[in-house]
Design a protein around this ligand. Sequence first.
Ligand SMILES: [Zn+2]
Length: 434
Amino acid sequence: MTTIVNATLYDFVTYREHRYVRFDGVIREVGPMSEYRPDGGETVDLRGGWLMPGLVLGHTHVYSAFARGMGVPFSPKSFQDLLDQLWWKLDQNLDIPAVRASGAAMALDYLQNGVTTILDHHASGAVAGSLQALREAIVDGAGMRAACCFETSDRFDVSACVSENLAFAKAAVPGRSAALFGLHASMSLSDDTLALVSEAKDDLPVHVHAAESAEDEDLSMKRYGCRVIERFDRFGLLEPGSLYVHCVHCDDAELALLKARGVTVAVNPSSNMNNGVGLPDVKKMLDLGIPVILGDDGLSASAAVEIRNLRLAMNHRYGGPTVFTMEDQRKVVLETYRFASALLKVGLGRIEPGYAADLAALDYAAPTPVTETNAFGHFVFGLSQSFRPRHVYANGVAAITDYVPAARLVGPAAQSVASAAAVWNRVAREGKKR
Ligand SMILES: [Zn+2]
């Protein structure tokens, strides 16, 4: 049992000072320091530092690890060019060792950013066994929690994608790993594929990009005579528990359909700005009662950065700082925990007995008074600007101690530079062949 003492607790709901928290894999006791009694176990003194629940990324791509610094001829004129010229060149050259190495590298990055749970959307040239390789790196190796899926599309052998998604779902370990059924996007999925998936996926809800670019909607109208969300609905793929990512270009009828079917939307404003595709109408989604969660789309590895950028992006989108309220923003954070908790079958996001001991401890000397009412403001405009926790625990096990990552994380992550170089060489050789 480990006990953290002299902590300031903030879990996006309550703010409490001078507390202790005792845990193994699960939080067992939380109380005021006046009631603290040593139990002979390990004690960590935060000296007033903040203790928060480990953060969750509601949509990410571990495979994007190797895109950092990759040089390819790049002059996209459309969203499809962006996929053709960068992402699809990269992912098709990932074999199982590369999947494992990128998983280890990203796990280290996530944990250093206080992220302990991810909802990953995976693609690689190697299909069979790729999700297991990811899980071995991220969950078994690094101790994080992860929901994984393989992004089925017409680029791949569809039946291999179906098998990989189903096999991973069967092997899920409640509390630690979970599955959704992965689909890439409307623009890369034929009607035949959607019909096959709809039949084969059992009751697994889908995790799919939708209406990320205007092109996705335009192509759907041109090829199928309907908009993206309606198209997925025709195949029975809008279900409670399913995760539709981006929804930047959804019109009112599509948003109404998402609401009616109980679908959750994952927004990724940093990625949207990076790709220049526009920004989702998160305010309207929330007002309609659509559950909205937050991801990084593989861009930052930091949920804190994404929470901050959601604020900046929405203020920009609505032409002022008050349309998208702090309460709207907090609602997205809480929903991200709620969705991940339900999917993984574990209590995430609160510092209370019975919740998972996924924790991030931070040095934060607030320059102004902190109360429960303004603590979220301190997070968004203070802590999130450089969110590098001093200590991180995943499932009660120390991953980062005094800013130093555990050796079991550093060793495997060190493989990633050589592995990325090998992948880049394969991409370059293919480029020359063309
Ligand atoms: Zn994505």
